[in-house]
Ligand binder design. Structure first.
Ligand SMILES: N[C@@H](CCC(=O)N[C@@H](CS)C(=O)NCC(=O)O)C(=O)O
Length: 243
């Protein structure tokens, strides 16, 4: 299986977790890709030119994380990350929808930040950030359901870890913990989230091993992105007009 991904700890991280949990990690041929350059191989596999994109062994392309996760989950005989039925399924999918939506919104904000300053829209940045804050607040209300191991929790852990990474390395996000003790109690360092795929720090395997190819891509993205001045704060209840 060929996986097109960016060597940044965003969308690849959840694919890695699912692949590890499904026992498929070693079957992945990892293709570091910058989708914004519209590389031929990616466009040939995915007309939308997005990552992650998986090309199965028979050549069938799968577009986007959610489909890739479910495909990988179908290929192993262990306990399923997508619960097959009943209340457990809908709890997992509800959290999954929230986590993936949060991720996509936070990603759109990063994309906006990376635009040249004179093309950047403060309204769009604010709109994305307010949606992220509301999503994190909703997660806090959902934290009672953070138990077991399923795709919803992988997604939740993914977004929380990514926000931490953005805060620590880019300085363009703030801590999600203040005012959200229930989520914090299940933070990714807590034993609840200590399943194998999450023990590794976020980031691609190449970045962890220092592969120069990935480091080059990574550096280029870092240089492209402004580092400060966009930290709107993520504190609970900071949605404009909410209280
Ligand atoms: N929800 C989708 C979102 C994928 C996505 O937005 N990927 C971004 C990563 S930066 C991308 O490839 N953007 C390139 C583009 O939009 O041209 C998923 O999980 O696969």
């Amino acid at each position: 299986m060929k996986l097109f991904y960016t060597p940044l700890p965003n969308y690849i991280h959840r694919v890695e977790i699912v692949a590890i949990e499904a026992g498929l990690y070693d079957d992945l041929e990892l293709v570091p890709t910058i989708p914004w350059d519209s590389p031929e191989a990616l466009v040939a596999a995915n007309p939308l030119r997005k990552v992650p994109t998986l090309v199965c062994d028979d050549g069938t392309p799968l577009f986007g994380g959610p489909v890739i996760y479910e495909y990988m989950d179908s290929l192993h005989d262990g306990p399923k990350m997508f619960p097959p039925e009943g209340a457990a399924r809908w709890t997992a999918l509800r959290l999954f929808g929230l986590g993936e939506g949060l991720f996509d919104t936070a990603d759109l904000r990063v994309v906006e930040i990376r635009r040249p300053e004179n093309e950047r829209s403060p309204e769009a940045l604010e709109r994305y950030q307010q949606a992220v804050i509301r999503g994190l607040d909703r997660l806090e209300e959902e934290a009672a359901h953070f138990e077991g191991f399923h795709i919803g929790l992988i997604s939740v852990a993914g977004i929380l870890m990514w926000i931490d990474w953005l805060r620590e390395t880019r300085g363009n996000q703030e801590d999600w913990r203040p005012g959200r003790p229930a989520t914090g109690a299940h933070g990714h360092l807590a034993p609840d989230f200590d399943f194998p795929g999450l023990r590794a720090p976020p980031g691609s395997p190449e970045l962890r091993s220092g592969d120069p190819r990935a480091q080059t891509l990574h550096r280029r993205q870092l240089e492209d992105e402004p580092r400060s001045g966009f930290s709107h704060g993520l504190g609970r209840g900071r949605v404009r007009g909410r209280r």
